[in-house]
Design a protein around this ligand. Structure first.
Ligand code: HEC
Length: 238
């Protein structure tokens, strides 16, 4: 064994493997974790974009005609089971968010610091206030945070909800249930956020398992190399 350790080539080989393994263990978790967060952030932004497109479609193709040609139908946030009442454009986001949350475990939320009268008493918690304040300042209007929800790790991505069409502005400015002065909103304003909360614990644990498997494989390979070398030397000496 002493001879083996004295063998410089062999020793430098073992040391290199150990240093490379340590490097792998330092960098791989950081890289995989960053990739996971980046992918979930992209997916969250995509989901929000899809919701917004769906709402824009509803505003352009349904609400305008209903207002003009269907005087007996009215918009309401409590429309389910009620005759002649259909959801406001934004209520469709609330409703779909609930459906998605129930079916996928990914939570969607829509909120702002200017609720309509029906949600006047809603209190935003510190984290929600932080998301709104951040998106207002941030030029891209996107807020990303790792957080704990029910003691499980989640990624929260809040995306600004802009006043993208004149119909948003007109309805919000003139609505009887508004809690702000008439004419407050204009095109392009940051009106609130749509937030996506995705559980990430399983994904991160999956990476830890992969890393442990790599560690075991490296240790086994290293032990086998040492043993083979040891027996070969013995054989040569014998
Ligand atoms: C026909 C009227 C109408 C139109 C058009 C409309 N909204 Fe709304 N919006 C409402 C009502 C009413 C609510 C409150 C719904 C609720 O609380 O269930 C609301 C809620 C919101 C909220 C959440 C406010 C909060 O804090 O709860 C945001 C953000 C929002 N709308 C953005 C938009 C954007 C952006 C558009 C255009 C793409 C739009 N709305 C189009 C009537 C409208």
């Amino acid at each position: 064994m002493v001879k083996l350790i004295k063998d410089r080539t062999f020793l430098s080989g073992v040391i290199s493997i150990i240093i490379i393994s340590m490097g792998i263990f330092y960098f791989i978790p950081k890289i995989t974790e960053k990739n996971t967060i980046d992918t979930i952030t992209k997916n969250s932004i995509n989901s929000v974009e899809q919701m917004k497109l769906m709402r824009a479609y509803y505003v352009d193709n349904v609400t305008k005609d209903i207002k003009e040609y269907a005087p007996n139908i009215s918009f309401n946030h409590t429309h389910e089971g009620a005759d002649s009442k259909i959801p406001y454009p934004t209520t469709t986001i609330h409703d779909l968010s609930k459906l998605f949350s129930d079916n996928t475990g990914i939570k969607f939320r829509l909120y702002s610091d200017f609720p309509f009268k029906n949600r006047e008493n809603r209190k935003l918690d510190e984290k929600e206030q932080e998301a709104i304040a951040f998106t207002k300042k941030n030029p891209e209007g996107i807020y990303v945070r790792r957080d704990l929800l029910n003691e499980k790790e989640v990624l929260r991505v809040a995306v600004t909800d802009y006043m993208t069409s004149q119909s948003c502005v007109d309805c919000h400015n003139s609505h009887p249930e508004k809690t702000w002065k008439e004419g407050k909103w204009k095109l392009g304003d940051k009106r609130g956020v749509i937030e996506v909360i995705t559980p990430i614990e399983d994904e991160l644990n999956g990476h830890k398992k992969l890393l442990n498997t790599i560690l075991i494989i490296i240790c086994l390979t290293l032990s086998i190399v040492v043993l083979i070398n040891f027996f070969l030397r013995k054989h040569e000496e014998g």
